[in-house]
Design a protein around this ligand. Structure first.
Ligand SMILES: NC(=O)c1ccc[n+]([C@@H]2O[C@H](COP(=O)([O-])OP(=O)(O)OC[C@H]3O[C@@H](n4cnc5c(N)ncnc54)[C@H](O)[C@@H]3O)[C@@H](O)[C@H]2O)c1
Length: 432
């Protein structure tokens, strides 16, 4: 098939690359010309394991085209995916939909023959109806079907998630569009996964309900971790004991910092706003948001306790700053509020992250990026293990730090408190 992905961010690029790899011709469009130039030069603007190789292969074979020419891409495609961002609107909880609607307005001017328009972006319930309104002339002439197909991939595991999804959700009442999409997804759903057709509004809500539920799991175990700290219980035992129950499941049940990233914070907020519009009080989601905000301040309080409120000339090193491993995405990462707070204290902050330097910290006076993990750790007073990248999982801290009385704050519970105690390292975990 011939496809057009509008927006080549984490979702549009990964989906486009994976669709081309199963034999489709895919036009990846972005209004950011720098991104398109990079891609045309075989460079990948995001950190996503495995992406570059598949991208280059399909680009070479001319199944994958990167362009800023929307008209050309749309004219040559049968199915058009909208994959632009839907961040939180300023001073509100609601999703900013201007990027989505701008695309719809552009499509209105371009489309001359039948196309399936799909929102892959996470959009509030009834957004599909609004897109259809914008395209009403085309709809009347039966030139478009507007479908919802939310994306569930996780950054860092995006390719695997796209190729082996737990489910593909399609929201449409058009049999014609459904038939086309079923055959588009056939190579992907053939083996293990499920293709689920529902209403357009249903598909839109499935995405928000899924993310809010996962955020709830994280906040739940984080609060249980607080209780564990007071009662001398190891929260890892609780995660295991609970997670072994198949009704509960062990994923997203590991205590750690506040959840961050480009999805959970904004999607939980947007869901509250959707509830408000439809006069429904989503009190559980509201308390999850509050719990996560509390967690951000709690992490800072914990650091204050660990250093006995004495920051003078301390060297504090963050290992990992992204919201999760295997991505370079810093959106709403919990490290940001911690580092911004510490920057105001009389201490020196260093950070090392396998995905590189971060613009978020570039202008902070006391914050320095280190390209080498050993240089970052040398002579530190406190190491904060913020993100569980694989390379942080079996470090010899004594050899790395080479200083007496240094401390470790392991926010991902990667190490054994017993072993640390035996090595005379002052070690602090989460909920243990
Ligand atoms: N990032 C994830 O892990 C993830 C997972 C599932 C769903 N989603 C959802 O997918 C959507 C996209 O997320 P993302 O993280 O890929 O966003 P992103 O910010 O990484 O990328 C969006 C891209 O769209 C481009 N764009 C904006 N307006 C455009 C236009 N008119 N024409 C062409 N390009 C345009 C931007 O330049 C940018 O490159 C969001 O709604 C998000 O909630 C994201």
């Amino acid at each position: 098939m011939k496809l057009c992905m509008i927006g080549t961010g984490y979702v549009g690029l990964v989906s486009g690359v994976c669709f081309s790899d199963v034999g489709n011709k895919v036009y990846c469009v972005d209004k950011d010309k720098k991104k398109i130039d990079l891609l045309n030069n075989g460079k990948v603007p995001i950190y996503e394991p495995g992406l570059e190789e598949i991208l280059k292969k399909n680009h070479r074979q001319k199944r994958l085209i990167f362009t800023s020419d929307l008209k050309k891409a749309v004219d040559n495609s049968d199915v058009i995916f909208i994959c632009v961002g839907t961040p939180t609107k300023k001073n509100s909880n609601s999703a900013e939909l201007k990027y989505v609607f701008n695309v719809a307005r552009e499509l209105k001017k371009i489309i001359k023959s039948y196309k399936i328009i799909i929102t892959k972006s996470t959009v509030p319930v009834t957004t599909g109806d609004k897109i259809e309104n914008i395209l009403s002339n085309l709809k009347k002439r039966k030139l478009v079907d507007v479908v919802s197909n939310p994306e569930f991939l996780r950054e860092g595991d995006a390719i695997r998630d796209f190729i082996y999804p737990d489910r593909v959700v399609i929201g449409t009442d058009s049999n014609k569009a459904n038939k086309v999409l079923k055959s588009l997804y056939l190579p992907i759903i053939k083996k293990t996964s499920r293709y689920f057709k529902t209403s357009r509004k249903g598909a839109e809500l499935i995405k928000y309900a899924s993310n809010a539920f996962l955020a709830t799991k994280i906040s739940f175990i984080n609060e249980i971790a607080n209780l564990c700290e007071k009662t001398g219980i190891d929260v890892k035992d609780i995660s295991f004991g609970m997670g072994s129950d198949q009704r509960i499941g062990d994923r997203f049940l590991r205590a750690g910092p506040a959840y961050g990233g480009s999805c959970f914070p904004k999607d939980t907020r947007a869901l509250i706003d959707i509830g408000k519009k439809f006069n429904t009080n989503l009190s559980i989601v509201k308390s999850v948001i509050l719990s996560n905000e509390n967690r951000r301040s709690l992490s800072i309080k914990r650091i204050i306790q660990i250093v006995n409120n004495n920051f003078d000339n301390k060297i504090i090193t963050f290992l990992g700053v992204t919201f999760k491993p295997n991505t370079d995405d810093m959106r709403e990462a919990s490290s940001i509020s911690m580092i911004k707070y510490l920057n105001k204290k009389k201490c020196k902050i260093r950070y090392y992250d396998p995905s590189g330097e971060k613009v978020e910290f570039k202008n902070l006076k006391n914050v320095n990026y280190y390209e080498d993990l050993r240089d970052a750790c040398l002579n530190s007073d406190l190491i904060i293990l913020h993100t569980e990248w694989n390379e942080f999982k079996s470090l010899n801290f004594k050899k790395l730090v080479k200083k007496r009385n240094f401390k470790i704050f392991d926010m991902r519970n990667l190490y054994s408190p017993d072993k640390m105690r035996k090595s005379n390292i002052k070690y602090f975990g989460i909920g243990r």
